[in-house]
Design a protein around this ligand. Sequence first.
Ligand SMILES: [Ca+2]
Ligand SMILES: [Ca+2]
Ligand SMILES: [Ca+2]
Ligand SMILES: [Ca+2]
Length: 127
Amino acid sequence: MRRVLITGMVLLGSLGLANAQQFTPADIGVAFAEADQNNDGFVDRDEYVRDFIAAFIAVDTDGDEQIEAEEMVDPDPVKLQEADDNRNGKVSFSEALDEKITDFNEADANSDGKLSYTEVLTYSGSQ
Ligand SMILES: [Ca+2]
Ligand SMILES: [Ca+2]
Ligand SMILES: [Ca+2]
Ligand SMILES: [Ca+2]
């Protein structure tokens, strides 16, 4: 359970659903290993989206496919507003996915379509 939560929090950090600054490189390492399902040392788009879906479901405790403030860990209002395209105060699955795909593209520094641990670490530090 703790591993799932760490994964979810790291991946959702940029949505303002959790404060990314509370994560240590070790936390990110655990989350990265969890997401890298075929253990090739990279998180590709398929693995990333799968991990995102699992994280979203873990955070959405009432199962309405919206993340509300009460479901967030240490929410960041600025990032939440950025993700909340229709301004209803909640982040829907598609709003969150949009944001996470943008993150993936920005984090993929060498544009090879997959994230290395170093790319994730660098990107997390720049948030
Ligand atoms: Ca992989
Ligand atoms: Ca919910
Ligand atoms: Ca919304
Ligand atoms: Ca890359």
